[in-house]
Write a protein that binds this ligand. Structure first.
Ligand SMILES: Cc1ncc(COP(=O)(O)O)c(C=O)c1O
Length: 409
């Protein structure tokens, strides 16, 4: 059956649903559509026909345990950027062998912790991290019998551009020597194209170069292709073509003289579209013909639009107003000069109490929120088959005191 499902999602919440959820859980509120997430996981999984493929969700984008469990139940592993990602993955029930660590700059204690947790596949970012990993592995007690699959993160300026991450091909001989000295093999090459491009060609046109480079590793057994697949945040813009990518990658891999394992670690592409941040209008004023709308959330709850220049579509759930839209700024509930959730949006005239939906906030949304501006973080709710359940509590002010040491002298 052809896959007709589209990754991008227009807002699917009705006003009645939003009102009900805000009445139960309060505002602002992160809402995840679990059914949509499962459909997206299936869509991506089916796009790559190559038989030796394993998907790993990049939990840097979202570390909520309930959502990680959806990936786990779908048979995906986890891509860990940090020991914290591993910790969350283990708590979500991923077996350590299904968590691939591909991060950067661990100190010795952290490297020990990662191996102690039973992680067996590690893609190292530098020769010194590789050396450290080998040394730590050799120092493990004889009772630690797990094998180790080591890979290198690739830094090839022609394809990676100016990136701090990875090892250059000219360093491969040294890397092979370090690994062999420890009685291990260098079996993997990890390639990360870069952040969130919807230009499918940016991935397909480098496949041959990556495969040629990987074959410089005599013990090569797996390719980890990232990461970095785009999501169409602008709903009328271009979208990453998973089927074209899957077809071209499969074709090239099948031409290799012996089968290698393929790892794919989508982050935003898998989870961005399943979430919405609901917020209520608390203030409206006009500056000439521009509408200045104050809402009960802030860039500290969703930092991507203001801090990283990303675009997230904002729609009004309340208005059935058919007037032409007005130029509108959606402003957070602080006076921080960058506290805009959206600038120059086209929205109908709004009123206090109206509900706005900020779309596609599943990736780098809650995960990048912070206590900057000293506002406690929103709750997270999961919708599945017409049911809703809380998957993270709303914070209260006590969180602002957590770990502070104070008191009367
Ligand atoms: C190695 C690696 N893989 C995957 C990801 C997830 O990226 P994206 O959301 O662009 O797919 C990242 C993000 O930093 C990464 O560094």
């Amino acid at each position: 059956m052809p896959i007709t499902y589209e990754l991008q999602t227009p807002n699917s919440l009705s006003l009645e649903q939003a009102q009900k959820l805000l009445a139960i859980y309060g505002s602002p509120l992160y809402i995840y559509d679990g059914d949509h997430l499962r459909q997206t996981i299936d869509y991506i999984s089916q796009a790559i026909a190559y038989p030796y493929t394993q998907f790993h969700f990049a939990s840097v984008t979202n570390g909520n345990i309930a959502l990680l469990q959806i990936f786990r139940d779908a048979g995906w592993g986890l891509h860990a950027n940090t020991p914290g990602d591993i910790y969350l993955g283990l708590r979500a029930g991923f077996p350590p062998q299904q968590i691939v660590y591909s991060g950067s700059n661990l100190n010795q204690a952290e490297m020990e912790q990662v191996l102690h947790w039973g992680i067996t596949t590690l893609n190292l970012d530098s020769l010194s991290q590789l050396q450290l990993c080998c040394e730590v592995y050799q120092s493990l007690p004889p009772s630690h019998t797990l094998p180790l699959y080591l890979g290198l993160r690739l830094n090839q300026p022609e394809i990676n551009g100016d990136s701090r991450i990875g090892v250059r091909p000219e360093e491969f001989p040294q890397a092979i020597a370090i690994t062999r000295q420890a009685g291990l093999q260098l079996q993997g090459l990890h390639f990360y194209r870069g952040t969130g491009t919807n230009a499918t060609k940016a991935f397909t046109q480098v496949i041959d170069t990556i495969l040629d480079t990987a074959q410089q590793l005599p013990d090569w057994e797996y390719l980890d292709f990232g990461g970095g697949f785009g999501y169409p945040y602008r709903h009328d813009g271009s979208a990453f073509d998973w089927h074209l990518f899957g077809k071209e990658l499969t074709q090239r891999l099948q031409q290799l003289s012996q089968p290698i394992k393929l790892l794919i670690e989508p982050g935003r592409a898998a989870i961005a579209g399943c979430a919405t941040l609901l917020t209520r209008v608390v203030s409206v004023k006009w500056q000439d013909s521009k509408q200045i709308v104050g809402v009960d959330t802030t860039v500290a709850n969703l930092s991507v639009p203001a801090v990283h220049g990303g675009y997230r579509e904002i729609v009004s759930l309340s208005s059935s107003n058919t007037n032409p839209p007005f130029l509108t700024d959606i402003c957070g509930n602080t006076t921080y000069s960058r506290d805009y959730l959206g600038r120059n949006c086209q929205l109908p005239p709004l009123a206090i109490g109206d509900i706005l939906a900020i779309l596609d906030v599943g990736a780098y949304g809650y995960a990048m929120s912070s206590h900057f501006l000293h506002r406690p973080l929103p709750a997270e709710v999961l919708l599945e088959q017409q049911e809703h359940r809380l998957i993270r509590q709303r914070e209260d002010y006590s969180v602002l005191l957590a770990n502070q040491v104070f008191g009367e002298p």
